[in-house]
Write a protein that binds this ligand. Structure first.
Ligand code: NAI
Length: 404
């Protein structure tokens, strides 16, 4: 199937750059809707498309996917993928792609802005000025140069933040459960407590896991330096928010910037409730750490690239629910993609189809994940049609596709 024959549906106002990226790859049959679809509208739409792009609102559960007979892949034009029943999609032979890296820079930049504003006491000064108070003083206002930033979670965002912070003259410490090589002059610490005891500002960039739940609790806050600052643009569950409110009240925590919350409004129409609303020295942002025009553009390009690569070449690299196969381009050869239940003897049956038909297999790439196997085969044979029928007849087959 070529790009022109492939029907693509993009929902939820995915960035226009997605359409441009598809067009640049030869895909012209792309429909872009601003809204999400639900119920029978979604089921009808799914029955007729090869590729679908969604953001966080469209729910692709098992019953919606059931009707998606033509569907080859799902693109989540966002970070999260829990709006898709990933296991059902895999069992149907449908890989799901997302864009986990596209907003790294946006979050790191927000953290830098938070650090500078908090060190200068700007949130409080700005709040007071709005109330007509003139708080002109240098007391408790600091440059960031020479201060110590403690980064908890030195992954994509944490390490990029470290580099930006060093550029501003901050001394960077980091704590990570994995061994991570330092970038720049950042220095690892072995225990979280060491970082908390030394940092003037602590910035959290860890995932939500059972271990990270409330990792910054009352005890951890007590271990921070008096007047230290706390930034959380990771996940709402990693900070005990009531304990933070208390530490702000006593002044032990000198200020905070919080972008993510244990409970967040489900829409922009809902009121935002938080015990932190009363504090002038806290920057509250509505989970927009990664929400920039650039990130949206990057997300569009990243997810389209993955969908096109899978559709044209068979590569499932970075699929979140599927065996990951990385493969070279397939000029001058027929390429067959075979998705099957991961059972003993399937490869033998597949290979028998080729040997019985005297077909040479030039290359074969197999990966399995849980209950599904995915094998990509390059064959030296012009008329692949009859072979496809035989491959489909293997009882464990989920899907077979010929690329040309
Ligand atoms: P990443 O996976 O690249 O890095 C996370 C790092 O945390 C890894 O190095 C990992 O080894 C480390 N880690 C895991 N458990 C730990 C623990 N118990 N203690 C110390 N380190 C631990 O993730 P990335 O892309 O840097 O994202 C970090 C966080 O930022 C995630 O929670 C993500 O959900 C959040 N995020 C928030 C956004 C927002 O809008 N505010 C946007 C994008 C990401």
């Amino acid at each position: 199937m070529t790009g022109n024959e492939t029907r693509v549906l993009l929902l939820e106002g995915i960035h226009e750059a997605a359409v441009e990226s598809f067009a640049a790859a030869g895909y012209r049959n792309v429909e872009r809707l601003t809204q999400s679809l639900t119920g029978s509208d979604l089921v009808d739409a799914l029955g007729d498309v090869d590729l679908i792009g969604i953001r966080s609102r469209t729910q692709l559960d098992a019953s919606a996917l059931d009707a998606a007979e033509k569907l080859k892949a799902i693109g989540c034009f966002c970070i999260g993928t829990n709006q898709v029943d990933l296991d059902s999609a895999r069992r149907m032979g449908v890989p799901v792609f997302n864009a986990p890296f596209s907003n790294t820079r946006s979050v790191a930049e927000l953290a830098i802005a938070d650090i500078i504003l908090l060190m200068r006491g700007i949130p409080e000064k700005s709040a007071r000025a709005r109330r007509g108070e003139w708080a002109k003083t240098a007391r408790n206002a600091y440059e960031v140069r020479g201060k110590c930033l403690g980064i908890v979670g030195y992954g994509r965002i944490g390490s990029q933040l470290g580099i930006l912070a060093e550029g501003l003259g901050l001394r960077v410490l980091y704590y990570d459960i994995e061994h991570k090589l330092p970038l720049g002059n950042a220095a690892p610490v072995n225990r979280l407590e060491e970082l908390l005891a030394e940092a003037d500002v602590v910035s959290l960039h860890i995932p939500e896991t059972p271990v990270t739940r409330n990792i910054i609790d009352a005890e951890a806050m007590a271990a921070m330096r008096p007047g230290a600052l706390l930034i959380n643009a990771a996940r709402g569950s990693v900070v005990d928010i009531e304990a933070l409110a208390l530490a702000l009240k006593t002044g032990h925590i000198g200020g905070a910037a919080i972008d993510v919350f244990p409970v967040e409004p489900k829409s922009n129409q809902e009121t935002f409730e938080s015990p932190l609303r009363e504090f002038d020295n806290v920057i509250l942002t509505p989970h927009i750490g990664g929400a920039t025009e650039e990130a949206q553009l990057n997300i569009a390009r990243e997810v389209v690239a993955k969908l096109v690569k899978y559709n044209d070449n068979g590569s499932t690299v970075s699929a979140v629910n599927f065996p990951q196969v990385t493969i070279p381009d397939h000029d001058h050869r027929r390429r067959i993609l075979h998705i099957h239940r991961n059972e003993p003897g399937v490869m033998e049956q597949i290979n028998h189809v080729f040997s019985a038909n005297g077909v040479n297999v030039a290359a074969q790439y197999l990966e399995t994940q849980a209950d599904v196997g995915y094998v990509v085969m390059d064959i030296e044979h012009e008329d692949a049609g009859p072979l496809l029928d035989e491959l489909r007849a293997i009882s464990a087959t989920i899907r077979v596709r010929l690329l040309h």
